[in-house]
Write a protein that binds this ligand. Structure first.
Ligand SMILES: C[S@@+](CC[C@H](N)C(=O)[O-])C[C@H]1O[C@@H](n2cnc3c(N)ncnc32)[C@H](O)[C@@H]1O
Length: 257
């Protein structure tokens, strides 16, 4: 079956403000084919109509293509490395720290950062900025309530100090919630704020085409102050950091030159 992806990409751009052109083609088109069939449509024109008329089908589509998988302290050892960079490099250099957690999903990443900041008594300049393209996922993030599988990397001490257990769900304490601001932001289409001492953007650029990823890295570089740190995901090591005005500190941590 051949599907008219040109039509669908144009339609998604006009109607959902989504630039699907920026995502890796084969992977994305396979996912769209699957979610279209699940919705009971046989071609993309029919699927577009279903998305326009049915909120649940629209939600399923957005969920399926944005991929929200996350957990607290994802890749624990790498997070510890970032914590050391914060304490040993960023705090002596900047005193107060302004952090952006981009593509933050349900909030596990920015709340992990807030816990690190609180535990180490690192002063934050502004609240941690946490952004994602997906508004419903941001609503869940603002609630700050998590299931067992999402908190598995949290140490006993952190769990005791920063969460309250209510009927098998773990709620992040208000103190930590108050350290984070959630905002809708599209890494492809929106402008980037500036003046960050650290930007954490993990496990999203792998879904983008190389040109899109390059542009995003350049914009992150511009958003960092000189000497600021960029922290990527465990499969997103940057092969040629100099091209983006970055210097490698370790496989997943880079400094703005
Ligand atoms: C796999 S999750 C990564 C979450 C977290 N950073 C982590 O590493 O655990 C990818 C997130 O990227 C978001 N995303 C996808 N496309 C985006 C875009 N164009 N702009 C901003 N966020 C996007 C998705 O909504 C999803 O929440």
């Amino acid at each position: 079956m051949s599907l008219d992806f040109d039509f669908f990409y144009n339609w998604a751009y006009r109607n959902l403000n989504l630039n699907l052109d920026a995502y890796k083609e084969t992977q994305l088109q396979r996912r769209i084919g699957t979610v279209m069939k699940n919705a009971g449509a046989t071609d993309l024109q029919e699927y577009a109509k279903l998305i326009s008329n049915d909120e649940k089908i629209k939600r399923d589509f957005l969920n399926y293509i944005t991929i929200n998988v996350t957990e607290f302290f994802r890749n624990k050892e790498i997070f510890e490395e970032f914590e050391n960079v914060l304490k040993e490099i960023l705090v002596p250099r900047f005193k107060t720290i302004n952090i952006w957690s981009a593509a933050c999903s349900i909030g596990a990443e920015p709340y992990s950062l807030a816990i690190i900041m609180d535990k180490n008594k690192i002063p934050i300049k502004n609240k941690i900025l946490a952004t994602d393209i997906d508004e419903p996922i941001l609503q869940k993030a603002r609630q700050g309530v998590y299931k067992e599988n999402e908190i598995k990397n949290i140490s006993k001490d952190n769990l005791k100090n920063y969460f309250t257990l209510n009927e098998k769900e773990y709620a992040v304490d208000e103190k930590i919630k108050n350290m984070v601001t959630f905002k809708k932001h599209d890494l492809i289409l929106d402008n980037y704020e500036k003046g960050f001492n650290a930007i954490v953007c993990r496990n999203v650029t792998i879904y983008f085409k190389n040109e899109t990823r390059d542009l995003i890295y350049r914009k992150f570089q511009e958003s960092l102050v000189p000497g600021g740190i960029f922290f990527t995901g465990a499969t997103e090591s940057i092969y040629n950091p100099k091209e983006y005005g970055l210097k490698k500190l370790s496989t997943f941590i880079y400094e703005k030159i």
